[in-house]
Structures are given as structure tokens and as C-alpha cells.
Design a protein around this ligand. Structure first.
Ligand code: MG
Length: 214
């Protein structure tokens, strides 16, 4: 059995070898850490994982629910082809503004569009822009099952539904009344058991669920 120190050292090894951050990503991560924003952005190795997955399904049209500061959006957009497009949805206007600033700095303004509003409201119109090749869900955890339903209708066959925080800080193991925990539990159960998906959770920092639509 490996101890925690060893695991952390191995995670660092993978991050440094496979997922070095450039200046734009490093500064954005620092700005998020210094702000009063919750530090809920993905890790560099998760960013790289998203890139590998998007390339595997040749994704060109991607939707993200939950922009935060744009950290994951920048990782994903860099894996898209020239004509690719990523729409990312953020509820909090200040976060959307921060994201736009860094998207600009990363020279990705033509590839990333940040939309402000509640995901569940914006999804109504976004259905008109379907099909998407992949959706990355990282918004309110309570909404995960509902977002998954939308994805079944609006992601092409052979496309991906990816979700962050599949472990919900370990709370996914508990019997909980918390709507967020229940949302994640329900999401995991559905992608694991519904025959329309081939799915797994990769045990990263907080678990990334990956569901291929058959
Ligand atoms: Mg997250």
C-alpha cells in the first residue's frame, strides 16, 4: 500500500511531466487562489485529461456548465481544432468577467464564448445549438442529474459527458440529505447503470466522471 506522501509525489510527477501550466494558466490559478472565490478549479492533470478525452472523440463543439475563472475552459479550448468552439456558462457575472479577461490573454476569444446566467435556463436555448461533441459539467451539484438528461438529448452518439467532483469531497460515500451530495450520487448511479453509457470515474483530486454516449 502506498502512503499519502507517495501518492502526492506521484500526482506532482504526473502534473509536472504531462501538464505544465503556461503563464496564463498559472496567473489565473493564482488570481483565483487570492480572490474570495472558492478554489474549485480543476487541477492541471485534470485539464490535460480533458484535452486527451476531447481529442479522442475529435470534439469541435463543446459545452461547459460552470466557468468559474475560465481555467478549465482554456485547457479544453486548446484541444479543439482551428474552427472549434467552446461555449461556457457561468451564473456569477464577476466570475464570467474574470474568465473573459483570461480567455483574451490566452488568445482564445474567437474560440470561447462565456454566457452569463443559470445553467438550467440557458440550456433551453442551447438545445437549439446542439448537437455537441462533449459537455463538461462543473456547475451546481444538485443539478447534475438534470444536466445529464439534457446531455442525452443534445450530445451526439459517440460523444462525451464529463463531470467534475464525482467524489464530492468524499461525501459521495455517505448517506446524506445534502441536495448537492444527492445530485452527484444520482448522477453517478445513472451513468454507471444506464446502458446508453460506457462510463467510469477516474479517481483524480475529486473524481472525474467520464461517460461515453454509445
Ligand atoms: Mg469542480
Amino acid at each position: 500500500m502506498m502512503n499519502d506522501d507517495k501518492r502526492q509525489a506521484l500526482a506532482r510527477y504526473v502534473a509536472e511531466l504531462f501538464a505544465p501550466e503556461d503563464e496564463v494558466l498559472r496567473e489565473l490559478a493564482e488570481e483565483i487562489a487570492e480572490s474570495d472565490m472558492p478554489e474549485i478549479y480543476i487541477s492541471p492533470e485534470e485539464g490535460r485529461l480533458l484535452q486527451v478525452l476531447l481529442r479522442m472523440v475529435k470534439a469541435a463543439r463543446v459545452l461547459e456548465l460552470g466557468t468559474l475563472g475560465g481555467y478549465s475552459a482554456i485547457w479544453m479550448a486548446r484541444a479543439l481544432p482551428e474552427e472549434g468552439r467552446l461555449i461556457t456558462v457561468e451564473k456569477v457575472p464577476e466570475r464570467a468577467e474574470l474568465a473573459r479577461r483570461h480567455v483574451e490573454r490566452a488568445d482564445l476569444a474567437d474560440r470561447i464564448e462565456v454566457r452569463v446566467g443559470e445553467a438550467r435556463e440557458l440550456l433551453v436555448d442551447l438545445a437549439g445549438e446542439a448537437p455537441f461533441d462533449a459537455v463538461f459539467i462543473d456547475a451546481d451539484k444538485k443539478g447534475y442529474p438534470e444536466y445529464l438528461e439534457w446531455c442525452i438529448e443534445n450530445v451526439r452518439s459517440g460523444g462525451l459527458v464529463i463531470a467534475d467532483n464525482a467524489f464530492k469531497n468524499g461525501e459521495v460515500l455517505e448517506d446524506s440529505d445534502d441536495p448537492g451530495v444527492r445530485g452527484i450520487q444520482e448522477f453517478n448511479r445513472r451513468v454507471a447503470t444506464d446502458p446508453r453509457f460506457t462510463s467510469i470515474v477516474v479517481p483524480t483530486r475529486d473524481g472525474v466522471a467520464i461517460a461515453l454516449i454509445n
